[in-house]
Write a protein that binds this ligand. Structure first.
Ligand SMILES: C[S@@+](CC[C@H](N)C(=O)[O-])C[C@H]1O[C@@H](n2cnc3c(N)ncnc32)[C@H](O)[C@@H]1O
Length: 242
């Protein structure tokens, strides 16, 4: 395929994904809200207090389907506070981003957050308070690439090598697994990892993410996978001997 055709294909795919996220996903979100309310606890009083202390307007933050559960936010906050990163990469922006921004200000680190959906990016911009200046919110479409086994995958249209500082903390919570997939994430991220990195992937108990992790274990022999008992649903990864 010549480069004009591949650019057209990538634009078409991005347009398709964004159109679904704009017009169809909100229906799914509404439909799942009642079920979610039964299975996902709202932010605890303690978390609300912590977020308020960080300067966030808690009532403006949305904790619905498509965001990290409040208990996972609490876990990630503990992980950051016990060992603040220097350069954090967030794959998939949302309610987590203003929290990361506020923590970035408090603990003196920088955040790059990748997002494809303009609506989600606007929400993030409006929700960030303290630390907004610490976040480089990159809103971009998708580009098709090839994995080491020759199979194609979609990834944000960005070269992570453009950031001069390696990433020592990564949170993979996007793009939408059902529409785009996350299987190419580690291939993209591995070259820009700091030696002392840690990678967190949300929804590690879903089929798609389980397949991604199994694929990465074949791809990266030194991949260490931990399923922290204190936070079900998140996997903590580290590539030993990159
Ligand atoms: C699991 S969400 C990202 C969650 C983010 N880390 C958070 O905690 O809110 C993955 C992707 O879903 C998409 N998304 C999230 N909320 C959406 C909504 N209300 N409508 C359409 N797309 C949405 C965004 O593109 C986002 O990057």
């Amino acid at each position: 395929m010549n480069s004009n055709n591949s650019i057209a294909r990538d634009r078409l795919f991005t347009h398709f994904v964004n159109m679904i996220q704009q017009h169809v996903t909100p229906w799914g979100v509404r439909w799942r809200m009642s079920r979610r309310a039964r299975i996902v606890a709202p932010p605890s009083t303690e978390l609300r207090t912590r977020l308020t202390e960080l300067g966030l307007d808690v009532d403006r933050l949305w904790w619905g389907p498509m965001t990290l559960h409040p208990r996972k936010i609490e876990y990630l906050m503990r992980e950051i506070e016990s060992q603040p990163p220097r350069h954090l990469l967030e794959v998939g922006s949302g309610s987590s981003t203003p929290v990361l921004a506020a923590l970035a200000r408090r603990y003196d680190f920088q955040v790059v957050s990748l997002e494809n959906h303009a609506g989600s990016a606007s929400y993030v911009r409006e929700s960030m308070r303290q630390g907004a200046e610490r976040v480089d919110l990159v809103v971009t479409g998708f580009r098709r690439r090839r994995d080491s086994d020759g199979k194609p995958y979609w990834w944000y249209d960005i070269e992570l090598s453009r950031f001069s500082q390696p990433f020592d903390m990564i949170l993979i919570d996007g793009p939408m697994g059902s529409l785009v997939g996350r299987g190419g994430a580690l291939r993209e991220i591995e070259p820009v990892l700091a030696p002392d990195h840690r990678i967190y992937i949300d929804d590690a108990n879903r089929d798609h993410e389980k397949k991604c992790i199994a694929h990465w274990q074949r791809q990266f022999r030194g991949l260490n996978v931990e399923l922290p008992a204190e936070c079900r649903g998140i996997a903590k990864l580290r590539i030993l001997h990159t």
